[in-house]
Design a binder for this molecule. Structure first.
Ligand SMILES: Cc1ncc(COP(=O)(O)O)c(C=O)c1O
Length: 364
């Protein structure tokens, strides 16, 4: 059966998934893997579901080359819970941590960590409209800081680290929510990585957390149960009822990634998509890209038009042309195209074709 009426979806998350994966969900709804139980109706304690957890984690470890002694968890509460939970598990009241504030999400992470210890912004681009990413010379990590926290991709403003930030030998804690498995990532250079799944990995409701042995050793013994990484680790992420549907989708997305060239394949496709769009943005002064060139995101491309009226016209006409989810975040305005793993190059080609026509008719 063909699926008609699906839009070219550029939404920032929950985001488009590979159609194959969506089809697999549909097939599994009444009867999952011939178990007789439907996908949304099966116990998380069943063998059928345990196999899905195991196989998805194996694939995740393979795709990201996660070191064997690292712990991988599937949690709930989104990346927003990890802002606090990561600090709660790693940091103590009298300790310091350093943050690179490249956008609203890192501001929020800093605020939550401040509830636990002395969290300080060592670099903050808020006055510049979050257009850039610091180079290693632009900040210093304090000698007595416990770790450096950064956000690899700034989903709202469309900037991204294209290098591993210098941390003065301190552990790195990374919010990789909007570029995990879409760009190169050296897991072994980090001690804690967290990412909400709903952009590159699957649906909302699952957060992937990756922890080094150092991070696991930092976990205090007296935390509230559900906020304690060691509790979730000791139960293989099944301490309480997990998002079973979400984990199923992750497993299918990971298979799709592995069948399509693994991480390298995803990186190549994402580069090709973003290059195509940035080429169009650089073709004419009509488009006003938000991010500084060297900091441009491969995952979220942001730009303005000469007036708010033209932006509204662009959004209306693009939607009429079958291109959805392009409205920029309210804190930036303008247009944002999210080009996550599930977004096919054909969608970007359709967007660029639309943009050329729009520019021709509206550039005076
Ligand atoms: C980089 C980044 N961090 C954190 C979040 C918050 O994620 P959640 O809504 O899963 O809590 C988002 C959501 O878009 C994000 O893009």
């Amino acid at each position: 059966m063909t699926i008609t009426g699906r839009i070219h979806n550029f939404g920032a998350g929950p985001a488009v998934l590979p159609l194959e994966v969506v089809e697999e969900c549909r097939k599994s709804l009444p009867n999952l893997n011939n178990s007789g139980f439907g996908l949304l109706e099966i116990s998380h304690r069943s063998k059928t579901f345990q196999n899905i957890v195991d196989s998805s984690m194996e694939k995740l470890r393979r795709i990201l080359s996660i070191p064997e002694d690292y712990t991988v968890l599937y949690l709930q509460g989104g990346a927003s819970l990890q802002f606090y939970m990561s600090a709660l598990n790693l940091l103590r009241e009298n300790e310091k941590v350093d943050f690179l504030v490249t956008g609203v999400w890192s501001q929020k992470a800093l605020k939550e960590a401040s509830r636990i210890g002395d969290a300080s912004a060592r670099w903050d681009d808020s006055e510049n409209g979050f257009r850039s990413i610091p180079s290693n010379e632009d900040y210093s990590v304090r000698d007595n800081s416990l770790y450096l926290h950064y956000t690899s991709n700034n989903t709202l403003f469309g900037t991204q680290f294209h290098h591993l930030p210098e941390s003065n030998g301190k552990p790195r804690v990374l919010d990789a929510s909007s570029d995990i498995m879409g760009v190169p990532l050296d897991v072994s250079s980090h001690d804690l990585i967290y990412a909400g799944a709903q952009k590159n990995l699957g649906p909302s409701g699952v957060t992937v957390v990756i922890l080094s042995p150092w991070a696991m050793q930092r976990v205090p013994s007296d935390l509230p149960t559900m906020l304690d990484y060691s509790v979730h680790s000791s139960k293989g992420s099944l301490f309480n009822t997990p998002n079973t549907f979400g984990i199923f989708v992750l497993d299918k997305v990971f298979s799709w990634i592995e069948n399509n060239g693994g991480l390298e394949g995803a990186i190549t496709r994402n580069k090709a998509k973003s290059n195509l769009l940035y080429q169009e943005l650089d073709r004419t002064d009509f488009w006003l890209p938000h991010a500084n060139k060297e900091c441009r995101s491969v995952m979220n491309v942001t730009w303005r038009l000469p007036s708010v009226e033209l932006e509204e016209k662009f959004l209306k006409e693009s939607l009429d042309a079958g291109l959805g989810g392009l409205k920029g975040h309210r804190s930036v305005g303008g247009i944002r195209a999210s080009l996550y793993n599930g977004c096919p190059i054909e969608s970007v080609e359709a967007l660029v074709t639309f943009m050329r026509d729009f520019e021709k008719s509206n550039n005076r």
